[in-house]
Ligand binder design. Structure first.
Ligand SMILES: C[S@@+](CC[C@H](N)C(=O)[O-])C[C@H]1O[C@@H](n2cnc3c(N)ncnc32)[C@H](O)[C@@H]1O
Length: 269
């Protein structure tokens, strides 16, 4: 067997992860993380981190939300850094990470897990170390602000749950022009190139978005645009099969119930 340069997995687990799609139904969310309208599951993040890094390496989520990638990194024995614009989410993330560290105890005392409350566009000013892997998910354009956004209907009736991220003008979820949003997002992703180790992978979890009766191919646009800076390696499709179907367009038009996300793989080479 040649030496495994990428991760600590056995060949069977490695091969299993290489399938181009997977089903992952998130376990129920922990108290605190519910406030945030769009987080990815820590259990899924851990699988990505364990594939794309070795123990002791360093993971970055430049839009960290309530810190799922950092919690997953701790569980996987990796160092991690996160940047989050919204002070409320940054605080929740810090608390969740502190709780996770307490639970994991001695085994992870030497690992770093730090959240910076700041703008990802300024990431090179935050004195971060060299990063071995980026795992992140952007705002899906301004979809959380769209009145009829399917996932947000239940949340609107609860005063404690956020429906959108913030009113901060630097929050990408507030850019209403699609092309401007895409350009800003790609600029942010390009901006952290100096922090990345040569050959580091990046995974961006994203969906194409539906607005005003048409699709804006956000995942495909990121793939094409960011592929000019990093090598676009692949996609892996995350499917959820525990969601309720809604009768959009019933008897008149094709409107899908979209229960898949693209996990886009890039490499810094
Ligand atoms: C899809 S959510 C990320 C959720 C995160 N993966 C988790 O599991 O908690 C996108 C996040 O980007 C943050 N955000 C938006 N614009 C930002 C910016 N310019 N810099 C840093 N964070 C930003 C939002 O506040 C939101 O928490």
């Amino acid at each position: 067997m040649p030496t495994n340069k990428l991760n600590d997995l056995d060949p069977k687990t490695w091969l299993k992860f290489q399938k181009s799609w997977f089903i992952h139904n998130p376990p129920p969310r922990k108290k605190g993380t519910l406030v945030h309208p769009a987080k990815f599951p820590e259990t899924m993040a851990q699988e990505f981190i364990e594939f794309f890094t070795k123990r002791g390496q360093t993971v970055l989520d430049p839009m960290a939300g309530t810190g799922s990638a950092l919690v997953a990194a701790l569980r996987a024995g990796r160092n991690s850094y996160g940047v989050e614009l919204n002070p409320k989410y940054a605080e929740i993330a810090k608390q969740i990470i502190a709780d996770e560290r307490a639970t994991l105890g001695e085994a992870i005392v030497n690992l770093k897990s730090e959240i910076v409350n700041g703008d990802a566009a300024q990431i090179t000013n935050y004195q971060l170390p060299i990063i071995d892997y980026v795992l992140t998910s952007p705002p899906y354009w301004d979809m959380l602000r769209a009145r009829g956004a399917d996932t947000q209907k239940k949340r609107r009736s609860s005063a404690d749950l956020d429906v959108f991220y913030s009113d901060d003008p630097n929050d990408l979820g507030n850019v209403d022009d699609y092309e401007a949003f895409l350009a800003k997002l790609v600029e942010i992703y390009r901006g952290f190139k100096p922090l990345l180790r040569e050959k580091a992978y990046l995974t961006i979890i994203v969906k194409n978005v539906k607005k005003g009766g048409k699709i804006y191919p956000l995942a495909w646009d990121i793939a094409r645009e960011l592929g000019k800076t990093y090598t676009l390696k692949d996609e892996k499709i995350w499917m959820q099969d525990n969601q309720s179907l809604a009768p959009y367009g019933l008897n008149s038009a094709w409107v899908s119930n979209t229960f898949h996300h693209y996990c886009l793989q890039f490499r810094n080479e």
